[in-house]
Design a protein around this ligand. Structure first.
Ligand SMILES: Nc1nc2c(c(=O)[nH]1)N[C@H]1C(S)=C(S)[C@@H](COP(=O)(O)OP(=O)(O)OC[C@H]3O[C@@H](n4cnc5c(=O)[nH]c(N)nc54)[C@H](O)[C@@H]3O)O[C@H]1N2
Ligand SMILES: Nc1nc2c(c(=O)[nH]1)N[C@H]1C(S)=C(S)[C@@H](COP(=O)(O)OP(=O)(O)OC[C@H]3O[C@@H](n4cnc5c(=O)[nH]c(N)nc54)[C@H](O)[C@@H]3O)O[C@H]1N2
Ligand code: SF4
Ligand SMILES: [Mo]
Length: 719
């Protein structure tokens, strides 16, 4: 037994669920991690990833000092040397070719750090590049775009009111493994079981019988990429049977008639042969959604990373609006986070895309960024504006972006690359300089992103658990020093100069005199909280280690609407045009075998495979194949199969299972840790294969630029 000196509480930073952790600390080590039973939101829930929080921080492969590449080898250097190398690498490119020649890629953990929430935007501004890419275009960009058109703001994303709904229809989400996304709900599985316990139901639509599907009242298989047809079938039925009832929203919605016209061609009979959901069930779902006292439709990865991702994301909300379930308790609602200001009233500039276009493929800008699916084009294609240098912050696009074999080769040809990342991995091995931030136990935590997506309003701040490693650097300081370098203020400038400038600006905007807090991020948070919706302060959150409950979600329409009309614009022209493209796709031939992904509870995208406790046991990186397909293709369980697509080819181990529907195979993403030049010992022993070798960078959801990562046409033969 280890003697425990003290207990600390903090929010788990590993996924969107934002669980409270209870940390038992002995000296300078984390002796145990449990769920915090007194946490206002998670009530003691924890998953296996959260339980390894200490192992992740203590990982011997984790970088604690910067690395620079010399003669092809990464070697440790001092921080000053590292920043001097960044200045020597970046400044000549910026001066010679302009900021445009530097591309940036922001990975998923940026939404899990305070530095990402506060310092990335100023960094991009200082760079002045339009070549901004992020994990958003392999993830949720379609939802931002559909909400942008519907409500005027891409950040106005309604979440299912899980704790009060009577009927939940879930498409392309597997919260039993993922713990939820675009719906922060610690213990998502418990909240789903509670729906059933109070007499409600939940239905899962998924090409795979997932753990979530097993617990559901009903699981419907669907052909990958066809949810838009299913949802239009539901919309068609709602109109055809007179089941639409917008309720309180009636005076705030425009475009209902246009929608009815668009839905005409999508009768259940017209779409059933495409999505493989029986016409009678499509009609049934429409009736059940309309009849339920309250209902919520919720879609996630499987509805976003597909060819009609924006249209599908839009239709999810359209059904919620038409059944009167938007913005009412038990339906889908808009959270209001403590760092967000309450707005004065409805109306705004609205939402547009395409303020600029990508140089090579002419793809429209969306929310200030370009599709990561075209990053390799911008690096490889010569000419004015070519990307020559690359900055990654918390990203591993070599494993997470489509056609990543091509991207991997493109990165090898850059003039200069710098990564802010704690690991030497598949992506950062290409970096000339790697800048590792302090680990999570040594930094404060506040969820700028996920508290604005929580199914109940609450706030929590966690101070660092351990003092900062004296030879380490906080991520805010790293990003501040990069800002000073790219804006020509010198690698030697004290980052405090920038922190002070940012704080002064924030105080001025908020009309405040001073801010509390030990670090630069904390002081900015204090300003945001004090001008935020509940008038809280950092001190209030410090006094509440288990979080502050701010109550169930409240109706926010019309105040939340930012459309020029001040209304919900149900049928924005870009969506109506896209619906015409979907109508044309009614006549497409059915594709053959298609590939989808999947997630496992003990994995987190690409970067947690170096934790022994999370990778032990049977390999999870298998190609799931239905028995009928395995027979037809003479594939056997446990043997290798060669999988090929337009983009690439790989050999994967087959797992024969009727969990996938016939005609669909599934391979998880984030694996493929056998590339040379990396330093992740445990991950390399459990390498797996990179499914994004197979996904195609040329196929995107046109409205959002999002990659298509599900429904990839593939051919398979025994290897
Ligand atoms: N085929 C397929 N591909 C997918 C998906 C899929 O479903 N199927 N899912 C997509 C989705 S939803 C996402 S979000 C993306 C994720 O894509 P990425 O964000 O590109 O990849 P991650 O695997 O999350 O890698 C995170 C990186 O951040 C580093 N890191 C961890 N913590 C910190 C920190 O505190 N600070 C810094 N600076 N770095 C840190 C890790 O070492 C790692 O290098 O993958 C996408 N790719
Ligand atoms: N354990 C774990 N948790 C995670 C992550 C992780 O990697 N591991 N990643 C985190 C991140 S970054 C994110 S974005 C979230 C994602 O959270 P979720 O969206 O819940 O993630 P998935 O488990 O990938 O669930 C997507 C489901 O969509 C199904 N699907 C695929 N194609 C289609 C389709 O065309 N239609 C329909 N209806 N379904 C389809 C898949 O079979 C899968 O079950 O998870 C987060 N949490
Ligand atoms: S569900 Fe997510 S937030 Fe909760 S413990 Fe697991 S990884 Fe951490
Ligand atoms: Mo994601």
């Amino acid at each position: 037994m280890v003697d425990v000196d003290r207990t600390a509480y903090r929010t788990c930073p590993l996924c969107e669920a934002a669980c409270g952790l209870e940390l038992s600390i002995a000296g300078d080590t984390l002796a145990a991690v449990r769920g915090d039973r007194d946490h206002v939101f998670s009530h003691g829930f924890i998953c296996p990833k959260g339980a390894t929080f200490g192992q992740l921080s203590g990982d011997p492969d984790r970088l604690r000092r910067p690395l620079v590449r010399r003669d092809g080898q990464h070697v440790e250097v001092s921080w000053d040397e590292a920043f001097a190398a960044v200045e020597a690498g970046l400044r000549p490119i910026i001066e010679g070719y302009g900021g445009q020649a530097v591309a940036a890629y922001l990975g998923n953990p940026n939404v899990h750090t305070m530095a990402g929430g506060l310092y990335v935007t100023p960094l991009l501004k200082a760079l002045g590049t339009r070549n901004v890419f992020s994990a958003s275009t392999v993830d949720q960009m379609p939802k931002h775009v559909s909400c942008g058109y519907l409500y005027g703001s891409p950040l106005a994303i309604p979440v299912p009111d899980l704790d009060r709904t009577d009927f939940l229809l879930m498409l392309g989400a597997n919260p039993w493994e993922s713990n939820g996304s675009l719906a922060t709900a610690a213990d998502f599985p418990g909240r789903l079981k509670a729906i059933q316990a109070r007499g409600g139901r939940f239905v899962v639509v998924d090409p795979r019988r997932t753990r979530t599907a097993e617990h559901a009242d009903e699981h419907l298989f669907i052909r990958p990429g066809t949810d838009a047809f299913l949802l239009f079938g539901i919309v068609h039925t709602l109109f055809a049977e007179g089941l639409t009832d917008l309720g309180r929203l009636t005076p705030y919605a425009q475009g209902v008639d246009d929608l009815e016209t668009l839905a005409k061609d999508f009768s259940p009979e017209a779409v059933t042969g495409i999505c493989d959901v029986p016409a009678e069930r499509i009609r049934g779902l429409a009736r059940e959604l309309a009849a339920a006292p309250t209902a919520a439709v919720y879609g996630r990865i499987g509805t976003c990373t597909v060819e009609f991702g924006t249209l599908t994301s839009w239709l999810v909300d359209v059904v919620n609006v038409l059944t009167g379930n938007l913005d009412r308790p038990g339906g889908v609602m808009f959270p209001l986070a403590a760092h967000v200001r309450r707005s004065a009233g409805a109306g705004g500039k609205g939402f547009t895309t395409g303020r600029w276009r990508s140089r090579v493929r002419g793809l429209p800008e969306v929310k200030g960024e370009l599709p990561v699916a075209t990053l390799a084009d911008e690096i490889e294609t010569p000419g004015e504006g070519q990307v020559r240098a690359f900055l990654t912050v918390a990203g591993n696009p070599v494993l997470s972006a489509p056609n990543s074999g091509r991207l991997d080769r493109a990165l090898a040809g850059l003039d200069f690359m710098v990564s802010v990342d704690p690991y030497l991995n598949e992506t950062t091995r290409h970096a000339d300089v790697i800048l590792p931030p302090l680990d999570a136990t040594q930094k404060g935590h506040y969820d700028f992103s996920f508290l604005a997506l929580a199914v109940r309003n609450f706030a929590a701040y966690s101070p660092p658990v351990f003092p900062a490693d004296p030879g380490g650097l906080d991520e805010c300081d790293i990003l501040a020093r990069l800002i000073l370098i790219v804006s020509g203020q010198g690698a030697g400038t004290d980052p405090a100069v920038l922190h002070d400038r940012m704080l002064a600006q924030a105080l001025q905007r908020a009309g405040l005199e001073e801010a509390a807090g030990d670090g630069p991020a904390e002081r900015l948070l204090d300003v945001a909280l004090r001008s935020g919706a509940y008038g809280l302060s950092l001190d209030d959150l410090l006094a509440a280690p288990h979080g502050v409950d701010l109550g169930p979600l409240q109706p926010r329409i019309p105040e939340v609407l930012r459309t020029p009309s001040g209304m919900i614009e149900l049928c924005a022209p870009p969506l109506a045009e896209e619906a015409a493209r979907l109508r044309a796709a009614l006549d497409r031939p059915r594709p053959g075998l298609v590939l989808i992904g999947r997630r496992h509870l003990r994995s987190n995208n690409s970067w947690m495979h170096n934790v022994p406790a999370l990778v032990k046991g049977r390999s999870r990186c298998t190609l799931q194949v239905h028995p009928l397909d395995a027979d037809r293709l003479t594939l056997a369980d446990g043997l290798a199969a060669q999988v090929s697509s337009r983009a690439g080819s790989l050999a994967a181990t087959v797992e024969v299972t009727d969990r996938v529907m016939p005609g669909v195979v599934s391979l998880p993403h984030g694996w493929g840790h056998d590339l040379p030049g990396t330093r992740m010992t445990v991950a390399a022993e459990h390498a797996g294969v990179n499914s994004n070798i197979l996904t195609d960078d040329l196929v995107i959801d046109p409205l959002s630029g999002n990659a298509v990562l599900n429904g990839i046409p593939v051919e398979i033969e025994p290897a």
